[in-house]
Each structure stands twice: as structure tokens, then as C-alpha cells.
Design a protein around this ligand. Structure first.
Ligand code: AMP
Length: 190
């Protein structure tokens, strides 16, 4: 699926209705856009990422408008674990960032996610990377996600669907952040 937004000079997205499926036009764009990072390294990882995307798209307040390729990625932090499958999706939503976080948490739980080890194996991990151009720093929610700029497994898929999106704190495009990362080791397209 190709991305459905263009960005004006302030980085704010405009919807390209011509890229939307069927007869869905502006009515389905619900005010906010967000980018969600999806990862899994337990069980059928590709299936888990697909199921998470399906569960997200089943939420009536959310429309998935773009999806990156899947990537096989090396674990960071706790390295004695299997490689991950990662991808990034772009959504339109009428939910607030907090409501979205709760829904993603419910999906993680419903798929069997248990928080045992901070950097440890997980059946599914759903992170809000960006929410519009908002900067949120609260107990339990930090947006932009604080590690976006350090993670090839986030930036490289994100760059496929949002290369011109400007990080609201770092004031750099996703394409620039990928360049800053240097060589992308430990990540390969599936
Ligand atoms: P993780 O182990 O990476 O899934 O961490 C999940 C925890 O991070 C949850 O308790 C969230 O409340 C918190 N959190 C903070 N900011 C975010 C964000 N932008 N997206 C997802 N979870 C977040």
C-alpha cells in the first residue's frame, strides 16, 4: 500500500484522496495521523505483525493508510534472543494519542504479550512513533518515541512511507535521520 499523505512546508499532512481505496474520501480521515512501529520476535513473527495490523485496522476509529515492507532485524539491548520482524504503518484516526496507546496496549495483551524483560522477546510490540506533529511527555506516554532516531528498524521502514516527515523535536526529515544513522547493519528486507 502506498502512503496517502503529502506534507506542506510546516510538515502537516494533506490527504491524497485519489490514493484512498474504494469510495472512502475525507470522511474516513479522522483528524489525526500517527505512525506506529510494529515488531515481533516470538512464534510466527510475520503472521504476528500482520495480525496486529489487522487488529488495528478493525478499530472503527482508525484507518490504516500506508504500510512499509517487513524487515528482519537484529535484536538490540538484550542480544541473546531471536531476530525481529519489524514494519511501520501510518494511520488516520479520531482517537487521541492516549486513547490510541490504550488500544495498542489492548491489542498487545489480546495477542498474548507479557512484559517480562524490558528489551526481551515479545510476541508483539506496538509503539506510537509520531502523532501529528505533537510533542507529549507524560507518565506512560512519550511522543515522538524517544528512540526513533537511534533505531534502524524504525527509521528504515518509516522512510519508505514518510521520508519527508519532519521530526518535530529534531527538525530533521526521516530521510535525513536515516542518513545520520550511517550504514544499516543488522537489518534486511524480508
Ligand atoms: P515497550 O516495552 O516498549 O512496549 O514499552 C511500553 C511502555 O512504554 C508502556 O507502558 C507505555 O505506556 C510506554 N510508552 C511511552 N511512550 C510510548 C509510545 N510513544 N508508544 C508506546 N508506548 C509508550
Amino acid at each position: 500500500m502506498s502512503r496517502g499523505f503529502l506534507y506542506n512546508t510546516s510538515g502537516w499532512p494533506h490527504v491524497l484522496t485519489s490514493r484512498l481505496p474504494c469510495d472512502q474520501h475525507y470522511t474516513f480521515i479522522m483528524g489525526n495521523i500517527a505512525f506506529i512501529g510494529i515488531g515481533s520476535n516470538v512464534g510466527d513473527k510475520i503472521r504476528n505483525c500482520g495480525q496486529a495490523t489487522d487488529e488495528i485496522s478493525r478499530c472503527k476509529e482508525i484507518t490504516v493508510v500506508a504500510q512499509s515492507s517487513l524487515y528482519r532485524t537484529e535484536p538490540i539491548g538484550y542480544t541473546q534472543q531471536d531476530w525481529f520482524i519489524n514494519c511501520v504503518i501510518e494511520i488516520g484516526t479520531s482517537l487521541t494519542a492516549y486513547e490510541l496507546l490504550n488500544i495498542l496496549g489492548d491489542i498487545e495483551l489480546s495477542m498474548g504479550r507479557r512484559r517480562i524483560l524490558k528489551w526481551g522477546p515479545r510476541i508483539i510490540d506496538l509503539d506510537i512513533l509520531f502523532f501529528n506533529n505533537e510533542i507529549i511527555r507524560c507518565e506512560g506516554l512519550t511522543i515522538p518515541h524517544p528512540e526513533v532516531q537511534d533505531r534502524a528498524f524504525v527509521l528504515i521502514p518509516l522512510c519508505e512511507i514518510a521520508r519527508d516527515y519532519v521530526h518535530p523535536l529534531l527538525k530533521k526529515s526521516i530521510a535525513q535521520l536515516v542518513t545520520d544513522l550511517g550504514s544499516g547493519t543488522g537489518i534486511e528486507k524480508v
